[in-house]
Design a protein around this ligand. Sequence first.
Ligand code: TA6
Length: 296
Amino acid sequence: MNSSFFPGQIAGRIAIATGSGGLPKAVVTTPFSTAEIYLHGAHVTCFQKRDEPPLLFLSQASRFSAGEPIRGGVPVIFPWFGPRTGALAHGFARLTPWELSKTAAEADGSVRLIFTLPESVSVQANWPVTRVNFIVTVSDKLAMELAVANVSPEDLGFENCLHTYFAVGDITRVSICGLQGLHYLDKAGDAGGARKLEAEPELRITRETNRVYVNATGAVEIRDETFRRKIVVEKSNSASTVVWNPWTTQKMPDDFAAGEYQRMVCVESGNVAENRLTLAPGQTSNLKVTLSTGAL
Ligand code: TA6
């Protein structure tokens, strides 16, 4: 790809390059950090602050091909979360090429990229015509916004989620704080989605964990004793937080290598299950997530 003709480039800040599987990606450089976002799924696959390990986990076995999800990073989940009869899990947005519709380098050194899901995609999927933009702002933080506008004459019922895979040094030395007192749907093993109460001030992952915390609007902190790093997940317009690690027991597809469960945990922010959304014609929803880090 001759990137000099590719729109969205900003010298010294944004380059458009050919990534894995020959898929185009935006490579972002700021004074604070670097990032990579594939147009396939508008998928953030890398964010790394200077002098820190990568913030996001990306499977060594991930595929990079049309119609298949990238395993890791930040999958953009829309318009459904989880399995769906006759369709791939987690919606069509992450399986689709988005357009890079606008880029900007700000005076404070941050870089903004706006990706747009072609409206034809929702039409082809027999969904109400929807305008979906994904705005990524790269600085010493990673800020993401999934903006959904119902531009059809009918109600739009949907789920959304930024399904973030975090890189950790050792899952057995990680704690997740901010969930105590919330109810969750337990989807691990044979729990069958049973509704339970989170009693722990610090959740530790010691087995297959797959929990949809409902009516969960607060921030979550991931404390990584190996990397001596805390990760803060702040969000707005999100009522669900999902915590997931397959451990050794959840059957995973071959795009997730053996043993990788030890170096990742998903803390996902969206509106799923009983928190699903309905937009009347003309209404919009703006799911916002900001990821920041600090020393532990
Ligand atoms: O968010 C947790 C979850 O729903 C798990 O059940 C697990 O399947 C994960 O998503 C990954 O889903 P994917 O379709 O990407 O394999």
